[in-house]
Design a protein. Structure first.
Length: 274
């Protein structure tokens, strides 16, 4: 990961909620000078407000931010149109706009900030809050190699980054990684309920399910083996795991159900994008 200690110009963050705040903390950890950050956030948290003492400019007029080299849009999609109109006042020729807003296309962003604006559209996910997110990004033709490299560092402050050329893949990525944490949380919830149904005290079942999902995820993260191989390694012939997987992997089991879920989320992402 490249450092941000030599970042030039001002980095404008529009929206400092959970995602924007996580990114900001990641940037500062990578050495970004707080004095090079301008935040637009009408309801800053105490943590964000406290950063003003370190030199971060909070809700400064656009007239005082004349050198924005990057502007990150981290507001809710439904507020994007109104907020983008105001955020455009911070941009100049050459300002790169990075969006972490679900469902807002490059076409929408070009319409809001100008057709010649370098645009990066991305979709991170909630594990960004602990620096373990995964972000899928794409860029328009105005983004040069240097701008893309800086964008990669900015997005990479909250986890891994994957780039795609086809913007159409962003909808499927939203369905897999953007919405994916909810699927994993549902798995933990369902496993806990099943454990309680099998006779475990509900609180113990919840702790076992949570620790199992978290530990398995960390094993998958650290292991050089893929998920299928790790699953096979746990499954002894004729054992308890095989008995459970026979149910989960049946023709109407988890695989086809997950495919339907991802297809539904992809379709909805496309609908929201218009």
């Amino acid at each position: 990961m490249s450092a941000l200690s030599d970042f030039s110009g001002t980095l404008v963050l529009v929206g400092a909620g959970k995602m924007g705040g996580a990114m900001l903390q990641g940037w500062l950890a990578l050495g970004l000078d707080p004095k090079k950050v301008a935040i637009v956030e009408p309801e800053p948290s105490p943590e964000i407000a406290a950063l003003a003492a370190r030199g971060v400019r909070l809700n400064s007029p656009s007239a005082r931010v004349m050198d924005a080299s990057f502007l990150v849009m981290a507001v809710k999609p439904q507020a994007a149109a109104d907020v983008a109109f105001q955020a455009k006042m911070f941009t100049t020729i050459g300002t790169t706009v990075i969006s972490v807003m679900a469902g807002k296309t490059i076409k929408f962003l070009e319409g809001a900030f100008g057709f010649m604006t370098p645009i990066v559209r991305s979709i991170p996910n909630t594990p960004a809050a602990i620096g373990r997110g995964i972000t899928v990004a794409t860029a328009n033709a105005r983004v040069n190699e240097k701008q893309r490299a800086i964008a990669n560092t900015l997005l990479g402050s909250i986890g891994a980054v994957e780039w795609v050329k086809d913007e159409g893949l962003i909808d499927a990525a939203t369905a897999v990684s953007g919405s994916g944490p909810a699927y994993v949380f549902l798995l933990a919830e369902s496993l806990a309920r099943a454990g309680a149904a099998a006779g475990l005290p509900a609180d113990l079942a919840a702790r076992l399910a949570s620790a199992t999902v978290a530990g398995s995820g960390e094993l998958l993260h650290q292991s050089p083996l893929d998920a299928a191989t790790l699953r096979q390694n746990v499954t002894s012939p004729g054992g308890t795991t095989e008995a459970a997987l026979a149910v989960l992997m049946a023709h109407d089991g988890l695989h086809p159900l997950m495919e339907k879920a991802v297809i539904a989320a992809t379709k909805r992402s496309r609908e929201l994008a218009g």
